[in-house]
Design a protein around this ligand. Structure first.
Ligand code: PM9
Length: 459
């Protein structure tokens, strides 16, 4: 009988990349050299790499075959036409502008759609998204439901927008002071939590009433669609492609990082229905990215992305993807390790506040937990707490997010259930010795997106 709780990998492996574990002494040395920042470790020093699911995916035989069909003409590449047609078919928007990755699309949208001093309400922030909004004078305002900030609260769609919070902001500042609503499907920093169709519809209705645009962060829209099929009444018989398409019917456009649900290593795009915005976006894309027929991607990248997007909406693929992540979460929950519940789409998030109750948030518990997990096991993860949240652009004070998390992010089609077992054992062992985890302090703090390159020392 087929196992549907934890289905087997729906693929055979025909190309492999060896991984190896370096000894503890060497891990200690390289971790110190990396300033206790897992972003600064060399890949070769990592055993199982759960830093991110961004650009770390394994491509299929068809995608690799597609790479050989790259048309590297400077303009008008046939791969662009195929990508554009694929995105229009799957997402349903009128216009597509290619970019090298998601933040390229965020840069163009924020530059064109935000006037200084306007608000950009969103269902929790994402680091690069908020950076571009603020760099263009936007003011981020959190409108995600309260449950999203609580790792123990159950909600089937924990990424939903709280309509009262959105309405409250409109009443307070006026609709003209809102550049657009940014709706992320799924919400990365809340643990990959999904948004329901019911919520998307309600946001659309409210925004229509006030003439406010709604742009989606589509980065993990296929994972979001799986949750809708699994959890939302009336959607169990719809295909993933139908749900993705319907999701975007409630948006004016979207930014997309192709490096996640596009199952590629690079790429992205910006979509919109507005003709005027499209013309202006094409004018800007040549400044930042490249011709409107490649936007920073090679022809072969565009072909791989088009094929990857089509593969991503196949049910067997996305079912395994979501349930493999859930498998790791279940192992940790069974052992009493505190994690964000329910487990979301792309990662299992450790709750560092509950994991390390002996540390204050100023001592960067999630940063230190990620460093110690690497030290003990060679598993690389990522801080998603006070360090990632950065400082308030006006006061210079640290943002203090309620969520202080470590993300164990699962790349697509790369690791097996056996790897998840190894990771779970490592986390459980560390949890038993959690008192050993010491706080950290900055020795170097970059001004922008500090988490990428900051350096720390132990207190
Ligand atoms: N996400 C991630 O690891 C890579 C950069 S931060 C370490 O989760 C969302 C929801 C993302 C995202 C990237 C981007 C930016 C936008 N929205 O990385 O520029 O998760 O393609 O996309 C990362 P790019």
């Amino acid at each position: 009988m087929l196992d549907t709780k934890y289905p087997a990998e729906p693929f055979r492996i025909k190309s492999v990349e060896p991984v190896k574990m370096i000894d503890r002494e060497t891990r200690e040395k390289v971790l110190k050299e990396a300033g206790y920042n897992t972003f600064l470790l060399n890949s070769e020093d990592v055993y199982i790499d759960l830093l991110t699911d961004s650009g770390t995916n394994a491509m299929s035989d068809k995608q690799w075959a597609g790479m050989m069909m790259g048309d590297e003409a400077y303009a008008g590449s046939r791969n662009w036409h195929y990508l554009e047609a694929t995105v229009k078919e799957l997402f349903g928007f009128k216009h597509v502008v290619p970019t090298h990755q998601g933040r390229g699309a965020e840069n163009i949208l924020s530059t064109l759609a935000i006037k200084a001093g306007q608000y950009t309400p969103g269902n929790m922030y994402f680091t690069t998204t908020r950076y571009h909004q603020e760099a263009n004078g936007g003011i981020f305002y959190d409108i995600v439901i309260d449950e999203a900030h609580d790792t123990t609260a159950y909600h089937p769609f924990k990424g939903n927008i709280d309509l009262n919070k959105l309405k409250g902001l409109i009443d307070k500042v006026g609709a003209e002071q809102i550049a657009y609503v940014c709706l992320a499907i799924t919400v990365n920093l809340a643990g990959g939590q999904p948004v329901s169709i019911e919520n998307m519809k309600a946001v659309r209705e409210l925004c229509d009433k006030y003439g406010i645009k709604v742009y989606y962060d589509a980065t993990r829209c296929v994972e979001n669609a799986f949750y809708i099929k699994e959890r939302e009444a009336g959607y169990s018989n719809k295909t993933i492609a139908e749900i993705v398409h319907e999701s975007f019917s409630y948006a004016d456009g979207c930014t997309m990082s192709g490096k996640k649900d596009g199952i590629t290593n690079i790429g992205g795009f910006l979509c919109m229905n507005d003709d005027e915005l499209f013309i202006r976006a094409k004018e800007l894309v040549v400044v930042f990215e490249g011709m409107p027929s490649y936007g920073g991607m090679t022809g072969r990248d565009m072909e791989a992305l088009a094929i990857g997007l089509r593969e991503s909406v196949q049910y067997e693929y996305i079912e395994h993807r979501i349930k493999q992540v859930r498998y790791l979460g279940d192992l940790l929950l069974d052992a009493g390790v505190p994690i964000m519940e329910p487990v979301g789409g792309h990662a299992v998030f450790l709750d560092a506040k509950r994991f390390c109750p002996h540390l204050t948030q100023d001592q960067f518990p999630a940063q230190s937990l990620a460093a110690n997990l690497y030290l003990e096991s060679g598993v690389r993860s990522m801080e998603r707490g006070i360090v990632s949240a950065g400082r308030d652009v006006n006061t210079g004070e640290n943002h203090k997010p309620k969520l202080e998390l470590v993300r164990l992010t699962i790349p697509r089609r790369v690791y097996t259930y056996a790897h998840m077992d190894v990771v779970a054992r490592a986390v459980i062992a560390l949890h038993k010795n959690k008192e050993k985890i010491r706080g950290l302090r900055f020795v170097y703090e970059p001004k922008q997106l500090r988490f990428f390159t900051a350096r720390f020392e132990e207190i």
